[in-house]
Design a protein around this ligand. Sequence first.
Ligand code: ATP
Length: 269
Amino acid sequence: PSSKKEGSCEIPNDKWEDIGGLHDIRQELERSLINCIKYPEHSKRCGRAIETGFLLFGPKGCGKTSIAKAVANEARANFIYIQGPELLDKYVGESERAIRTLFSRARTCSPCIIFFDEMDGLREKREFQKGRVVQQLVTQLLTELDGRNKRDGVFVIGATNRIDHIDEAFLRPGRFCKRLYVPLPGPDERGMILKALGKERPIDPTVNLIDIAKMEACENFNGADLYHLMREATLAALDEAIANSSTSDTSQRTVKVKHFEQVVTKISP
Ligand code: ATP
């Protein structure tokens, strides 16, 4: 899976083509975020209110981080990954300044997308610690989201598995105003995800990934499970090819249905 390197600020390599399904979300983000970053003057001229806060919510491993990175890649925007709760642990006592620094850093490399993963963790911490530190951090974050400090070219995407655990203050108008649900894939979407994940792999021409995705054992698989399935099946094919390396038959080296069948039961959704 794509790395979640915290703190670095660069255009990610993750592309839309690497994401299977999720067409509606892609369309919405293209319209309301990517185009605003790519054509800021045009958006302003049309009098469009530029939305700067987005919240992706839905079950784990279904592509929220991948989407955020692909958005940045498509818009040619820098990307900063921040894990919500870690932010607190790392900057205890100076979290307020950390947030200010973060946003001013983002402004210097704008257009820039700041991605806050596990936003729900902030509220849990706030309730658990009940301390000023957490309160200050949340308040500072809200100040930045409200754009009281200049927000030019800085966009924020938050992600959570538990929208019911999000600090309500974040959900008020003008903050994370655009919310998009990233669902668990159904059978057809699972096929699209396997196709996206298999693009660069030596999949045997006899394999129909749409059928693989419909296997009973794949029910309830999320994107991360499908990634593991693809990786394990490829490894199984590789092991077999190594064991039979004396043979020159190149079909031995491709990933076949039997390899998917061998490994699928090892993955529990
Ligand atoms: P979490 O809530 O656990 O942070 P997430 O929703 O952010 O999860 P990602 O980190 O984007 O999910 O996905 C984990 C991995 O699963 C990705 O690196 C990718 O390999 C795979 N994956 C998930 N969804 C998709 C998808 N729709 N298409 C292709 N790969 C996917």
